[in-house]
Design a protein around this ligand. Structure first.
Ligand SMILES: [Fe+2]
Ligand SMILES: [Fe+2]
Length: 294
């Protein structure tokens, strides 16, 4: 005779099936566009501009974003930049690579979708740009690795948000403050965005330090020998959250650099945090706008 399942057992079964479904959805995400790494490798090997141009011209989304960046206020040009070649030369290696990777990442964050997706994308761009400042403050040299990990640190949320909307009628963003997000996600859905992000990055065959930084950006102390890069993404992520909070009182609840152990470890004081805010506002706001656009 078949034994009847108890209510708790049915709940546990649903929970298990839900986690399996979410994991499978994360694994089904399309691969990160190969063209990004092809362009990065050409730029790094100082290939002739016409080779880089040929690869970029093949991709309308990347071409459009490069032209938009070259024509942004940031570059303050009197005459418009009309060709990809001119744009490549004007941007320089670092910005060119940043624009290419961001253009490829929009595929998953899809600005133009829901308000939550747009907020998540804006947060990702800000975290990526702040990682540039963090790298300078902490004297790091692997800027591209840090930028990529920072840009994609919350990639797991793109999948998790979808399920939170269907099953919980809310978004991961609204479930709790960012500090408790991981625990809240695990309790409500059975899996968190760090774990899902790591799974996606592994599937994309990203280098282990990027996988680890994505997987441990809320808990860098658990990242083993990738603790340093995970901590740097933690710093950029927390700065981005802090700066996006409009209410000054609330802001201290998001981050207090004087009591946060990782900010203390890297000697990033409240004063330095405020300097970072000014730098983001004065020097990087235009870049953030172009990178964040569809
Ligand atoms: Fe996160
Ligand atoms: Fe984040």
């Amino acid at each position: 005779m078949v034994r009847q399942l108890s209510g708790n057992e049915i709940d546990a079964l649903h929970y298990e099936l839900l986690v399996k479904d979410i994991t499978a959805a994360a694994e089904r995400l399309p691969p990160f566009p190969d063209v990004a790494w092809k362009i990065v490798s050409l730029v790094k090997s100082m290939a002739p501009v016409k080779e880089i141009e040929a690869l970029i011209a093949y991709d309308p989304a990347i071409s459009a974003k490069i032209l938009r960046m070259a024509n942004s206020v940031y570059y303050g040009r009197q005459y418009g930049v009309r060709t990809v070649r001119e744009a490549i030369l004007l941007l320089g290696d670092k910005r060119l690579i940043q624009v290419v990777i961001a253009a490829c990442a929009t595929l998953y964050y899809g600005p133009g979708n829901s308000e939550d997706d747009r907020d998540l994308w804006e947060h990702s761009i800000n975290t990526a740009l702040l990682s540039e400042i963090v790298a300078r403050l902490t004297k790091q040299t692997s800027i591209l690795t840090l930028y990529t990990a920072s840009l994609l640190h919350d990639i797991g949320k793109t999948v998790l948000n979808l399920y939170a909307r269907i099953y919980l009628h809310t978004s991961i963003h609204k479930m709790s403050g960012d500090k408790d997000t991981i625990r809240a996600e695990r309790q409500a859905i059975g899996i968190d965005h760090e774990k899902l992000g790591g799974l996606i990055a592994r599937k994309w065959k990203f280098p282990s330090e990027i996988v680890s930084a994505i997987e441990h950006h809320h808990n860098p102390e658990k990242a083993g020998h990738h603790e340093n890069i995970s901590s740097l993404v933690y710093l950029a992520d927390n700065l981005a959250n802090y700066f996006s909070e409009k209410n000054a009182e609330q802001r201290l609840k998001v981050l207090d650099a004087e009591s946060d152990s990782i900010f203390k470890k890297y000697a990033i004081t409240r004063k330095i945090v405020e300097d970072c805010r000014q730098e983001l506002k004065n020097n990087l706001a235009d870049i953030a706008r172009v990178l964040g656009s569809a």
